[in-house]
Structures are given as structure tokens and as C-alpha cells.
Design a protein around this ligand. Structure first.
Ligand code: ADP
Length: 619
């Protein structure tokens, strides 16, 4: 009975799934070739493995090849292999049963992929075992002729997608499989139709194979020419790879024309086996948006076949500047996003990848400081993001951070700053502002500088947010510099200031009334030496810099009224204390306040008026 042509129906719902799939994947049609090549490579590997037990099945001399052939006359694209082949039952079982891992689930995933763009449809295809059916993305009709290794007869499977396929006896001289696609004619995009590339164009075919299947472990031929390089760099041992080869591979991988800054290459063995090759580029490759948010983007290979272009599960998002790949040995070829997310092995891989990258970075930090600083200049903010994300349980990342400080010269690590604190100084002070130059002119630094205490200069938006995460460094808490300065003022000085506050109550009250829209209170302070006045935040309040940034970003900011502190030793303040109430005193007060705002980087409401008042004062 098996010698007649038989027509079968695809398993229920198959037609609908095919339709959906073709609909969802129209932009990613070229992956059909990846699927066919992977199947062919698997079949050859299977034959090799089976032949270990049954020598009769051995690959022929020079065998183990995948051959792609284009036949323009009949608009046919063929993929030949001399692999294990399929019996009649296997053809029906493997190719006649669509989406074996669950037709329903597949339907649903494809439907939602049409709406949300969570996983790209191209990734879905492998997930549900619809690999072979991707041929219908480009073919009007698909014919498979296969002869199982060890069997004498061959079989033909023919289908035009839709709902039916045909099985009939066929001829084939050697074991193996040929998949022939009668591809759709090439056409330009029109109003009614999507463009259809010319699938018989050999350059196109070569490009697709290069892109997706370059490292397949069996040779792929197009005509006489082998078109895959086969031996992926990362499978070779580290000490036999030259730096130029790493660099060349990086350029292939990223299309970046520069050399990578550094790379990490290792093989993990044991519970899960995989190889990772990760690069840090010379400069940021992503667009500015990527700098702010985005997913990490290592590629995932399973046994040298590229499965996912970008697998964000492999690295935390803050490592999104890293490029490269993981080639896993024990994940299934049709591994899905869901599987990746839930898989404890993947979590372990991720942890290990992060650790290895951080190890490499700390090595560079220790051995080649200027090289590390150049790296940090470009990518430091990503590391800070990692700290902020709370993904630094072991404080390894924190040790890799560098900050500007009031000390001249290069940036310092937190530990270095802590180590340089004068004996007895408990806190590490920080000051927040737009850039080093502005901060260096701030009156907040005066007392600390006088006492020889180094201050961290936080000039990146994220810096201030790191404080709660970092807490303290070697038992030295990070505190805003006003707070640190206040602590430094001795109790005798404090009492003197309080006495002055009482003595000058009339003046201070007049100032508080005049400045009530901006200022909560006015008092004397011993922490200023150069400047006449400075603004101090209430404890726990936002820094003025943060306040400006939040406002600029259109965020609601709770009203931040601050305290105006006066330096009783300063000439201007002395003059103020002698000035009788009246217009002149009011102008003097206005100038003092404006000057305090300017020195912390807050723009004035009416700079013209300020300039006139200062001019009058000087005259
Ligand atoms: P997947 O490859 O994800 O299992 P496919 O739909 O691509 O899904 O293929 C289904 C099955 O058909 C394969 O698992 C394999 O058993 C069989 N098959 C496909 N192509 C070949 C081939 N060239 N040689 C031998 N068997 C094949």
C-alpha cells in the first residue's frame, strides 16, 4: 500500500498557522535558508553519530556536505545534503505535522507577535518547530526527496502549503535529502504587494548563508564554491588566536571599522557548556537613545548555529554596550524566549558573563590605569547604571567607578578617596553640579578645602542617585558637602554664630521677609571663608543641581526653599550689618542672594537688574 501516491491533510489548524506565520514573517523571509541549512547540518551530524554504532551508515569519502543549487529555468532553489535522510514515516511525522510543540501556543504567539513587538516573529519561528514550514514564505511549492541511510527506497514529499501534502515513491542514488523550492518570482514592491527578492540570485544566497550560517560545522557549497567559513573563531583555543583575528572577527560581527577596546573569551565546562566571546567597542556604537535605555545584545548560538541575533537574557541591560556572542551546547536548537527567561542555566550563564567582564575590567584598572580611564570616559555611566539598578551585591561594580574630585588630575576610585581622608575625618563629602569648573568655584567647598578634605564632584546626572546605593565606602559614609562642612564647625564657633544670629535678629528678619519667596531662613555660618553668602539645602532636600534637572525634564519638583547662610567675616556682610534699613540695604540683600545663587549655578531671574545693582554697589 505504501507504493502508491497518497495525499494527506496537514494536522488540524495547520493551514491557519501557516497563514499566520507567513503573515508575521514576511519581513524575515530569508531565514528559510537558515532553517534548511540547519536541518541539513543536523542530518549530517546525526548520520555521523549513528554510524559510530552502525558502520554501514558511514558518510562516504569526502561526504558531509551541504550543497545549494539554483536552477533559474524552473525557478528552483535546492538544498542537498548527504545526511541521515528520512523514511516515509519520518517524512509524514516530521514534515507533515506542523508545530509539534503546540499548534495552539504557536498560533497565539504569532498573533500577539503581530501586535506587541515583544519577541520578533523571526525568533518565534524556531520556537515552535515551524522551521521547515518557513519554506512557504518564499516557495509556491516545496518538494522533498529523501532516502534514509541504510534503506534502499526513497520518498518524495510535495506540498504547496495550504492544507495538503502528497507522498510518493521516488528515486535517489545515495542516502540524504534534497529540498527543492519553487520560489516566487522576483518583483518590485507595488501598492498591492510586498517586494519579493530574487531568491535565485547567488549573491543574495551567499549573503544570507554568511549572515546566518557562516559557522555551521559542515561545508556549504554554492556551485563549486564553499561559502561558509565553518570554523568559528570562538571555538578555537584562546592561545592559538592572534589579536588581529579577534579584531577582524569583531569587525565582521559589528560592522564597526575600529578595533575593539578589549575582549573576553572563555569556555565554560561542567553543569552547562558554552563558549562566550564578548567585546567592548572603542566608542559607543549605539545611538544616544541606547545610551539612556535599551536591552543588552549578545547573540545566542546553539552548537554554532545562530539562534537569536540579540538575546537580552544573557546580560543585564546596563551591559548593553558589550557586543559578542554565547554559543551554548546544551540548549535546544528551538529554544524560545520563554525558555531562556525561565532557564536556571541561562541565569547562571548570565552571572558568569558579568563576572568575567568585571574581572577583566578590574584587571585593566589595576594594570593599565590610563587605558581604564579611557574606557571609563566612554562607558562609565553604564557601570553607574548597574550600581543604580541594584545589581552589585558584591560591590564589585562599585570598585570600578571613578569620580572627579577636588584634587587636581585624573579621576579617583571611591576607595582611593577614602584612603586619602585626613585622620579622624569620618565622612566623604560630595558636591553635585553640572561640571567641574562650576563646582570648583562653589562656596560650599571653602571650609573643606581649607581643612584639606577632598570632595567628590558629581557631574553626571546619575551620580547623586548612587549615594543611597553606595552608602559608605570602607565605613566612610557619603554625605552632601554642606553637611560635612557643618560637622567641621567647632562648638565654640557654632555658639558664636548663634549669638550673632540673636544680635542681628532685626536684619535677619528683614532679609527673611524680603526673600521669602525663595528662602526659608537666614543665618550666620562659620563654614564660609571666601564668599559672603551661600545657599544651604534643608537636610534630605534635593541638591540645587538635581532640582534644575528635574525641572528641565518637566518633572514635578516639590518646592525647595533653602537657607541663606552669611559669612560674618566678609566685607560685604559687615557692610550690610552697618547699613540702616532702607532701599540701599534692600539692594545689598538682593545682591548677596543673587551672588549665592550664581555661585551654585542657579540662573538669576533678572540678570540685568543684578548687573545694575552690582554696578551701583561698586561705584
Ligand atoms: P526542527 O528542525 O526545529 O526540528 P523542522 O520543521 O525544521 O523543525 O524539521 C522537522 C524535522 O524534520 C527535523 O527535526 C528532522 O527530524 C526532519 N528533517 C528536516 N530536514 C531534514 C533533512 N534535511 N534531513 C533529515 N531530516 C530532516
Amino acid at each position: 500500500m505504501s507504493n502508491r501516491t497518497e495525499t494527506h491533510r496537514f494536522q488540524a489548524e495547520a493551514g491557519e498557522v501557516l497563514d499566520l506565520m507567513i503573515h508575521s514573517l514576511y519581513k524575515h523571509k530569508e531565514i528559510f535558508l537558515r532553517e534548511l541549512v540547519s536541518n541539513a547540518a543536523d542530518a549530517i551530524s546525526k548520520r555521523r553519530i549513528e554510524s559510530l554504532r552502525e558502520p554501514a551508515l558511514s558518510l562516504p569519502e569526502g561526504g558531509g556536505r551541504i550543497r545549494i543549487e539554483t536552477i533559474p529555468r524552473s525557478r528552483t532553489l535546492c538544498v542537498h545534503d548527504d545526511g541521515i535522510g528520512m523514511s516515509r514515516e519520518e517524512l509524514i511525522e516530521h514534515l507533515g505535522t506542523i508545530a509539534r510543540s503546540g499548534t495552539k501556543a504557536c498560533q497565539q504567539a504569532l498573533k500577539s507577535a503581530g501586535q506587541a513587538n515583544s519577541a520578533s516573529p523571526a525568533e518565534l519561528i524556531g520556537q515552535f518547530g515551524v522551521g521547515f514550514y518557513s519554506t512557504f514564505l518564499v516557495a509556491e511549492e516545496v518538494e522533498v526527496v529523501s532516502r534514509r541511510a541504510g534503506a534502499a527506497e526513497a520518498w518524495r514529499f510535495v506540498s504547496a502549503g495550504k492544507s495538503e501534502f502528497r507522498i510518493e515513491p521516488a528515486e535517489r542514488a545515495e542516502p540524504g535529502t534534497t529540498v527543492s523550492l519553487r520560489v516566487r518570482a522576483a518583483r518590485e514592491e507595488s501598492e498591492a504587494d510586498e517586494a519579493e527578492p530574487d531568491w535565485l540570485d547567488e549573491d543574495l544566497v551567499r549573503g544570507i548563508v554568511k549572515r546566518w550560517s557562516d559557522f555551521v560545522e559542515w561545508p556549504i557549497f554554492l556551485g563549486e564554491e564553499q561559502i561558509n567559513s565553518m570554523r568559528p573563531l570562538w571555538t578555537r583555543s584562546r592561545d592559538e588566536i592572534k589579536p588581529e583575528e579577534y579584531q577582524e572577527f569583531y569587525r565582521q560581527l559589528t560592522h564597526d571599522w575600529r578595533d575593539p577596546r578589549l575582549w573576553v573569551h572563555f569556555r565554560a565546562e561542567g553543569t552547562s557548556e558554552y563558549t562566550a566571546l564578548m567585546y567592548v567597542p572603542e566608542e559607543r556604537l549605539g545611538d544616544p537613545i541606547e545610551a539612556m535605555r535599551g536591552k543588552s545584545r549578545l547573540s545566542l548560538y546553539v552548537k554554532r548555529v545562530r539562534i537569536l541575533d540579540e538575546a537580552p537574557e544573557l546580560l543585564p541591560d546596563w551591559l548593553r554596550f558589550v557586543r559578542g556572542l554565547v554559543d551554548a551546547n546544551d540548549l535546544p536548537l528551538n529554544v524560545s524566549r520563554e525558555v531562556l527567561q525561565a532557564n536556571p542555566a541561562v541565569r547562571a550563564i548570565r552571572k558568569r558573563l558579568v563576572r568575567r567582564l568585571l574581572d577583566e575590567l578590574s584587571r585593566v584598572l589595576q594594570e593599565d590605569r590610563s587605558r581604564y580611564e579611557a574606557f571609563f570616559e566612554r562607558f562609565g555611566s553604564f557601570l553607574k547604571e548597574g550600581v543604580y539598578a541594584g545589581e552589585d551585591d558584591e560591590k564589585r561594580l562599585e570598585k570600578l567607578l571613578l569620580f572627579e574630585t577636588t584634587r587636581e588630575g585624573a579621576r579617583s576610585s571611591l576607595a582611593e578617596v577614602a584612603a586619602r581622608l585626613p585622620a579622624g575625618q569620618k565622612q566623604i563629602p560630595y558636591l553635585v553640579g553640572p561640571d567641574r569648573a562650576t563646582l570648583m568655584g562653589s562656596p560650599q567647598l571653602e571650609l573643606l578645602t581649607k581643612k584639606g578634605i577632598e570632595v567628590l564632584l558629581f557631574t553626571e546626572p546619575i551620580d547623586e542617585f548612587l549615594v543611597p546605593r553606595i552608602g559608605s565606602v570602607d565605613n566612610h559614609p557619603l554625605v552632601p558637602c554642606e553637611e560635612a562642612a557643618r560637622e567641621l564647625v567647632g562648638s565654640a564657633e557654632k555658639e558664636a554664630m548663634e549669638a550673632l544670629d540673636r544680635e542681628q535678629r532685626e536684619l535677619l528678619s528683614a532679609m527673611e521677609t524680603q526673600l521669602k519667596d525663595n528662602i526659608s531662613s537666614v543665618r550666620f555660618s562659620a563654614r564660609l571663608s571666601e564668599s559672603p553668602a551661600a545657599l544651604a539645602s534643608e537636610k534630605g532636600g534635593l541638591s540645587p543641581h538635581m532640582e534644575r534637572m528635574l525641572k528641565a525634564a518637566g518633572q514635578p519638583v516639590p518646592e525647595q526653599r533653602r537657607c541663606l547662610e552669611l559669612n560674618p567675616e566678609h566685607g560685604l556682610v559687615k557692610r550690610l550689618m552697618q547699613e540702616p534699613a532702607g532701599t540701599r540695604r534692600e539692594e545689598l540683600i538682593e545682591v548677596l542672594h543673587g551672588q549665592a545663587q550664581l555661585s551654585e549655578g542657579t540662573p538669576l531671574a533678572d540678570p540685568g537688574r543684578f548687573a545694575r545693582l552690582v554696578g551701583r554697589l561698586l561705584a
